[in-house]
Design a protein around this ligand. Structure first.
Ligand SMILES: [Fe+2]
Ligand SMILES: [Fe+2]
Length: 364
């Protein structure tokens, strides 16, 4: 299987710490550690990692001079460089950032801080690449992440975010999904390290395309785009080790994972004016036609078209996406699973329509 974990290079003089960090981050990142700068740089030139971590355990001045000189090398000019500080000293932090570090992490390190800071740095480098897309697509992706983050943060903080505000902020995204070049949107989020965002944007695009194929237009189509973008927002509450777990979830973990649906509905409750269609997309995208889905085990006719469409976009988006633990599945393979072992779960008529439309669009 093709390795999908982002590649990291760790430069740290302390063997003990080096091994601890490598072991802790191993499940999420393909991490290679070095004690010598020259070895780390040589390796980085060959493998082009996604990010470099430099520990402050060496003389600080040496690190900052190193970061400065790396920024002059085209390979490292845009690469995320994270400095691991020995203590939470604002002076050191400022010096590291001035030298060109992307971000700093202070001791005592804990896994969730580590993952958060690396993930933010990796996502920022993907977002920088959006600048090279056509303006419509670049704006759409920027607005997508801004709305996603804004709604997550403000609703979690207990603030209301009126739907009219979300809808206005989504205008570039709505314009882009009506444009022919949606492949740029899908490719643009492919390596984004916020998986929930990347998955949600893809679901939003697939759902809108399916809606268009069903003849929906205007506000009805906008509800699909925005509903798709926000359908999993409650995953913010799920620990990343469960969210990114490579193997099958245990029963206890699956129970926690299923909690993302009520968590999403609770957050979306803070969005006055939210259309019922968006609530159905968020609340019912894991329901299955044979009644084996969650949270309510709805079946047959109790599942309306929006729930059926959302389930197709969600499953197709998840199968064809790259994850930490799996490479992307080819669309045809995904369709054969969806129309084979999942045929009791999904609406086969809508699936055929979706497949036909995607083949016409020739997406990657
Ligand atoms: Fe979900
Ligand atoms: Fe989803």
């Amino acid at each position: 299987m093709k390795e999908s974990r982002p590649k990291l290079v760790l430069l740290d003089a302390h063997a003990g710490l080096r091994e601890q960090i490598t072991a802790a981050l191993g499940p999420l990142y393909l991490i290679k550690n070095f004690s010598l700068t020259a070895d780390a740089l040589r390796y980085a030139h060959v493998t082009e990692p996604n990010a470099i971590l430099i520990s402050e355990a060496r003389a600080q001045d040496m690190n900052y001079a190193l970061v400065k000189s790396m920024r002059l090398d085209p390979l490292f000019a845009m690469m995320p460089i994270v400095i691991l500080l020995d203590g939470n000293d604002s002076g050191q932090r400022a010096m590291a950032l001035r030298a060109g570090a992307t971000s700093c992490l202070a001791k005592p390190y804990n896994l969730s801080n580590f993952v958060r800071i690396i993930s933010t740095a990796l996502s920022a480098s993907v977002e920088k690449r959006w600048e090279s897309l056509a303006p419509l697509q670049a704006e759409a992706l920027k607005c997508g992440i801004a709305v996603f983050n804004d709604v997550s943060e403000r609703t979690v903080a207990g603030e209301n975010v009126p739907y009219a505000e979300i809808s206005a902020a989504c205008e570039p995204l709505l314009a882009a999904v009506n444009d022919d070049d949606i492949d740029s949107l899908l490719q643009g989020v492919r390596d984004h390290d916020n998986y929930t965002f990347s998955h949600s944007l893809r679901v939003s695009v697939f759902l809108s395309m399916l809606g268009r194929a069903c003849g929906l237009t205007g506000d009805d189509l906008n509800i699909l785009t925005i509903g798709g973008l926000l359908h999993d927002i409650g995953k913010i509450a799920i620990p990343s080790l469960i969210l990114n777990k490579a193997g099958k979830l245990s029963n206890a973990e699956f129970t926690i994972m299923k909690g993302h649906v009520p968590a999403t509905l609770k957050l979306l409750d803070r969005s006055p004016g939210l259309p019922r269609g968006a609530v159905i997309i968020a609340g019912q995208h894991h329901e299955k036609i044979d009644g084996s889905g969650y949270p309510d085990g709805l079946s047959g006719r109790r599942l309306n078209d929006l729930a059926r469409m959302a389930a197709i976009a969600d499953v197709f988006g998840a199968l064809t996406d790259r994850r930490v633990y799996k490479s992307a599945m080819a669309p045809e393979r995904a369709f054969s699973i969806m129309s084979g072992e999942m045929r009791e779960h999904l609406d086969m008529h809508l699936l055929a329509l979706f497949r036909e439309m995607l083949l016409d669009a020739k997406l990657h």
